[in-house]
Every structure is written in structure tokens, then in C-alpha cells.
Design a protein around this ligand. Structure first.
Ligand code: MRU
Length: 344
């Protein structure tokens, strides 16, 4: 998508490795960082310089390729090192499996090049999958907009399921970008998404960059808006969907699904096949990442004079689970690259 007027993907090959956007600094500073080793890739994923289910898969795939470039015998060690960086999004394991299976039986001298090629293909496929999700989701948005053609379609989303969380287009944002580009009047309610504020900092940044009308709302506002009839549908992304259709996504998603259900607002989940984990029977089995309490206890941003400052918002002990599970029964449909389905 467009970044400062230029087309950009969120991860791209360089001479020595890959470049990623340092998402910790967005939207205040747009800084690219070059990752040149598996260790750097692992750190970037763990510390969330780069984030979002499909994107951490892509970054990890390149990390594995960089490890093999340094030592073609490091396949299993580097795989394990990258896999343990973040537990919840299944795309990480999927992408690492893709690269490992692709190179495992190759001569040592050919492994690195083959791994880079597979990582490139994962990125290209991610873009194609998201574009297909966008096309199917667009048909859904057109149908819903036709019910109230006299006003903009109001869509609520949570966290950052956008191009910054994928290689391009995003998952839940792909239909929104396509609809906006073809002139459909729409407006996006962007959940702030505490504690890391991916909605306020990242999704709003993306939508602004593409000129999509939107408003940031506090995480607790969505229910009121649904009661007032000001949300036509909810679309979220996901980090893992289990065999029974349960949806693990950023903390707070479940509350939005409950409010949507209570107010008869359709609740859709946009995802590529790379996010489906059929090895788990239900969402109860998904490992939920516990992150540092500092993410909740401190807020960082520019002050009125432009300097950066961290402000403490609580001195009490905090608990910071990063994801929750929305039961399949609360999901109206899944927007995938193959179409919109009621069940996975
Ligand atoms: O912890 P994060 O920021 O990596 O969270 C992942 C996400 O961006 C969301 O859960 C998203 O909705 C799914 S990824 C398309």
C-alpha cells in the first residue's frame, strides 16, 4: 500500500538481508531497519519491531534463510530459535515449516539460496491471498452497503489487521481498501486496542495514508455504537483459527464479538489459509502469549514539545494476556481467499 505517497511492502529483500518498518516508532517516525541475521530477525519479532501474524511468518522465513547463509547446518537450531519468539500466531510455524521442508533434503551449498527463494514466494503468496480476501470481502461490503445506499457503510475493526501486519493489503483491511478505491462511501471505527494501541497507532496510520475515512475510538466504545445502530459490520483479523472455527485474535476481540452478537451486528473474520491450525480441536488449546506488564503500565509518545516521553499509568501489579478466543458460534462468517464461508 502507499506509504508517504510511494508503494511499499512491509518487508523487502536487500543485498544483505531484508528491510522491515520499525513499527515501534509508527506513526511518529517512519524508519526502515535492515535485518541481516537470524538473531536480528528473532529479536525483531520478539520485541515487536515487526508484528502481525502473516508478517512475523514472513520475517521468520527470511530469518531462517539468513541462518542457513551463515551456516547451512543450522537448520534445526535456527528453526527452534525463531519458533520460540512468539507463541500465538500459527503463521510463524507455518512459514518456518515451509522453508525447512523446502531445503531439508537439498545439498548444503544450495540451502540458503533455496530458503531465500521460498521466503520470497511466501511473501508473494501473502499478497495474492490478501488480494483475494479483499475481492471476496468487497462483494460482502457491496451487499451490505446496498441496504443503506444513502449513507457510508460503518465498519468496526480491532487491532491492526492491515498491510503492516501482513506483506501487503492486510486481511481485514483488504476489502476496505478495495471498496474505498472503487468509490464506496465508508467509514471505519478503529478500536484503540490497548495496551499496545495497534489500532490507534498503526491501523489509523494506514487508513490515513490511503485516505480512508475513519475515527479512533477507545476500546470500550464499540458496544454503545452497536446499540445505536452505528456499526454495520465488524471485520477483524486473526492469529490462529482452530479446526472448530474458534478465532484467536488480539485481546478484546471476544468482547466485540459478544457486543456484536447481542446487537445483531454481523461479525466477520478475515484470514488466509496460512492462519488455520487444524491440529488444534478448539480455541482452548491455543497458547495465549503473556506479555510484559510494562506494556500496560507505561504509555510512550511525543509530548507537546515534540520530545518523546514514557508516562506511567499504574503502579499496581498488572496482568497482560495479549490474545483472546472468540468462539465460532459468535462468528457470522470467515472471509478467506476462497470466498466468504459460514464455517472453516
Ligand atoms: O501482537 P500483534 O500486534 O502481533 O497482534 C497480531 C495482530 O496484528 C492482530 O491480532 C491481527 O488482528 C491479526 S494479524 C492479521
Amino acid at each position: 500500500m502507499k506509504l508517504n505517497g510511494e508503494w511499499a511492502r512491509s518487508v523487502a529483500r536487500t543485498m544483505d538481508g531484508v528491510r522491515i518498518l520499525d513499527q515501534r516508532k509508527l506513526p511518529w517516525a517512519v524508519e526502515w531497519v535492515e535485518l541481516t541475521s537470524a538473531e536480528m530477525a528473532a529479536r525483531a519479532i520478539r520485541e515487536m519491531w515487526t508484528r502481525g501474524a502473516p508478517l512475523i511468518g514472513a520475517a521468520a522465513a527470511y530469518g531462517l534463510a539468513m541462518a542457513l547463509r551463515g551456516d547451512p547446518l543450522s537448520l534445526d537450531r535456527a528453526y527452534a530459535q525463531l519458533l520460540e519468539t512468539r507463541p500465538t500466531a500459527v503463521n510463524l510455524r507455518w512459514a518456518l515449516d515451509q522453508v525447512r521442508d523446502h531445503v531439508r533434503n537439498l545439498p548444503l551449498a544450495e540451502r540458503a539460496e533455496a530458503a531465500f527463494a521460498r521466503a520470497d514466494a511466501i511473501c508473494d503468496e501473502d499478497v495474492a491471498l490478501n488480494r483475494a480476501i479483499g475481492k471476496h470481502g468487497l462483494a460482502l461490503l457491496e451487499e451490505l452497503h446496498a441496504r443503506h445506499p444513502d449513507r457510508p457503510l460503518n465498519i468496526l475493526t480491532h487491532c491492526n489487521p492491515g498491510w503492516l501486519a501482513t506483506v501487503d493489503y492486510g486481511t481485514a483491511t483488504a476489502p476496505i481498501y478495495l471498496a474505498h478505491d472503487q468509490g464506496m462511501p465508508l467509514h471505519v471505527w478503529v478500536d484503540e486496542t490497548r495496551p499496545r494501541n495497534q489500532g490507534a497507532l498503526l491501523t489509523a496510520f494506514e487508513l490515513s495514508g490511503h485516505g480512508v475515512p475513519h475515527s479512533v475510538i477507545a476500546d470500550n466504545v464499540g458496544g454503545l455504537l452497536m446499540q445505536r445502530g452505528e456499526v454495520d459490520l465488524v471485520i477483524v483479523g486473526t492469529d490462529r483459527v482452530t479446526a472448530n472455527g474458534d478465532v484467536c485474535n488480539k485481546i478484546g476481540t471476544y468482547l466485540k464479538a459478544l457486543a456484536a452478537h447481542d446487537n445483531c451486528v454481523p461479525f466477520y473474520v478475515a484470514l488466509p489459509y496460512t492462519t488455520i491450525d487444524r491440529s488444534l480441536a478448539s480455541g482452548d488449546e491455543v497458547p495465549i502469549e503473556d506479555r510484559s506488564g510494562d506494556e500496560l503500565a507505561w504509555i510512550t509518545g511525543p509530548t507537546a514539545d515534540g520530545a518523546f516521553a514514557a508516562v506511567k499509568v499504574t503502579g499496581s501489579p498488572v496482568h497482560n494476556p495479549a490474545f483472546d478466543v472468540t468462539p465460532a458460534r459468535l462468528v457470522t462468517g470467515y472471509i478467506t481467499e476462497r470466498g466468504v464461508t459460514a464455517a472453516i
